[in-house]
Design a protein. Sequence first.
Lengths: 317, 424
Amino acid sequence: MFVALITQAIRFSAVFLYGSTGETIIEKSGHLNLGIPGIMCFGAVGGCLGANMAYNAGMSNFMTILIAIIFAMLFGGAMGLLYGWFTITLRCNQNVTGLTITTFGAGVFGFWVTLMGEQGVRFYRASRAFTAPMFGEVGSDWFSTMFLSHGTLVYVAIIIAVIAAIVLKKTRTGLSLTAVGENPAAADAAGIKVIKYKYVSCVLGAAISGIGGAFYLLDCTRGSLEPGVIEGMGWLAVALVIFSLWRPGIGIFGSFIFGLLYIAPNYINGVDFATKEILKIIPYAVTVVVLIVISLFNKRETQPPAALGLSYFREDR
Amino acid sequence: MTKIHEPLFHLAKNSNVNPRRKWALRGIVFVISFFVCAIVSVGLTGKGMDYFFKYFFEGLFGSERNAWNLFHETAILLLIALAVTPCFKMKFWNIGGEGQVLMGCLGCAVAINFMGGKVSDAATIIVSIILAIAFSTVWAVIPALFKAKWNTNETLLTLMMNYIAVCLVNFFIKSVATSGTGILVFSNGVVGSIFGNEFVLKIIVVAVLTTLMAIYLKFSKHGYELTVVGESPNTAKYVGIKTKAVIIRTLVLCGVLCGIAGFLLISATNHSINDTSVGGRGFVGVLISWLGQFNPIFMAIMSFLVVFIERGSNALANGGISLGESYPSIMTGIFFFFIIAVEFFVNYKFVFREDLQAKIDLCTAKIKGVFSKKKQVEEIENSNKASDSVSEEIVEEAVEESAVTVEENEEIPSTEDVEEKEGK
């Protein structure tokens, strides 16, 4: 049972990891995107459409996954572009825009689920491409089951997070992005193209988050459509960004812990439903504690980006 | 000499706009967004415009009950928006309205669950009000304390506390009704109807609270202090405002209002509790407060419009063709996108490059010239008709004249002229 628990935890952690890596990239540019739940819903719609199309065209597993990813990124990225246009060009309040995107995205997703239900479209078959183990048939020992039996997208999530961590920490691009998020006016004066950085990070981050939604529907639920769940997972992804102190590297471990806490209640026997509800608080409570502790120590490295939530207008004094 | 490239236009803050123009712009955008909603609905249902309008307006005003529902939903939404407004004015980004109201619901439900039917209804109601206010005040003050003490990021903290509140409500429901559907229904100890109408109470309460809040924000010392803290924390410090005390005091006020909202939702409306009792109103309240410019009157208008779209499209979704529960969210989303975008055009203006500006001025002058001349022509025509004795020649002359003056206008207006115009 323990092996099964860890295996499932790793599987679910990928959803949080996609969401939080995307949101970290966005927040690094000084934009608090509360639309992540909505963007993940959009990505889920795109991913499912893409996967179904590729499956019906009789494509191989690899192509099905690739097309699903591209569609999920397109759908998520489109919402990211909308968010970026509102908050960067039109300089609207970020919280307000983000909440609107969440409302809209969740609405579109719910509507789409109803529509698919009425039309009798199912994604069980298309999802087989995603649940198929990436490394083929592996042994049944505990190590192989825990770490090598997952679908392709689980490993893709980790690869993306590692790349994001390296880019943010080690490259000039990452440094410039951090500068934009900390003090856009100074970055602008230093010759960094602030608007460009903001747009790219908003769209790219949203596209990555979009894959998370598609992954949840096509891998975790094996293609069965559940309205409402992705939204909750999106909020947890936003929480994970804080938990990981804005570092995708820590996010890999953080997402595992979140995944574990998320599915643990299903594996614990002998407790009543009420206690299970209390267990669900843990990820949020831990995030609250982390948030308070980082503000308590007030160390510079662990703070949110200084310009988080503020619009940048060059002519402001 | 190198030629400096000057962009065609740049943006500038538009600080002194005529408020009447602002609201005219918003009104126009509301109408546009409504028609976009209509077009999207027509596209999705495949039926004509008349179908959309029929179900939309029948759902809103079709029966007396529907109309009452429209106003009482507006009242609840407005109350939640009112609760978070002082926080926003203080630039305390409290997006935890959802959780705070839900805690109010929980407090109310706890009181009703343990007292309902055992003591008199009046006692239950009083205790449930007190508990609702106590619960949501605690929920609102926790982030305020951390913000005041350690400057903890309140946006993220309040967001997380929303979900803890959801879990707590589920915990309460599951521990009271071990085998249930997740909804706890109450029959005793709730506020029923007053004067034979279940909606009036809420509308009156919210109307009174809206007035009080408008006065509090505009005329009281407290309201002034929290505005100063929001606008400039340093100024607040220098003039001796106790910032920490102001933050905590304001969040207590927010908690009290959220508690009242929770009480009204559980005891006076739903008579039941589940984890979606607030149903996203906390988040929509945040949007309304911000889009209503933190002005209670404008917020009332805004929440009416939101409920208008939401209930109308809800009726449409449950009408002839079922569109599902999520359909109203799409419509409100579209509506909000439009209303948010218009803020940009209210707050910023385009400043064009000088030569381009000159061309634009010329065009507007031309258009204005044509229109004013046309008006003159019309006036002449009218007067002619009135006098009934002048031939058409004069009219023709007037038209020729207008052509001449337009040509005269083609000279590029000097910068002084432009400045004068802008000044006006």
